[in-house]
Design a binder for this molecule. Structure first.
Ligand SMILES: [Zn+2]
Length: 109
């Protein structure tokens, strides 16, 4: 087991409405695409999450969109890019950020 730095993502399995993320420290999480989408850090989505009230409104807006399984591609060795068919297609999610979302919104398996 790696002792320094943050755990990295070692595998991602896409289901219809959620994905399974496995990290290098042997932790595995089930995470809804909705929760990933709500935490997008792109230039368009990030300004909509600056306070709790805005996060709630942003989350409600996203919940109303039809949720479609996103395309996912790896960016270098530190991040994933999720391509959402609605509204946003440039969300880069570092492994650190994915781990943070997993811990706060995901289900530990
Ligand atoms: Zn975005």
């Amino acid at each position: 087991m790696k002792m320094d730095g943050e755990p990295t993502l070692v595998s991602l399995s896409r289901k219809e409405t959620y994905c399974i993320l496995s990290f290098s420290d042997d932790e595995t999480f089930e995470l809804d695409y909705l929760d990933i989408r709500k935490s997008c850090q792109c230039a368009k989505c990030k300004p909509r999450q600056i306070n709790d009230q805005m996060k709630i409104e942003f989350g409600e807006e996203i919940s109303r969109l039809m949720l479609v399984k996103p395309k996912v591609e790896q960016v270098g060795n530190y991040a994933l890019r999720f391509e959402w068919p609605t509204g946003c297609s440039s969300g880069i999610y570092s492994f650190d950020h994915l781990r943070m979302i997993s811990e706060s919104s995901g289900k530990k398996l």
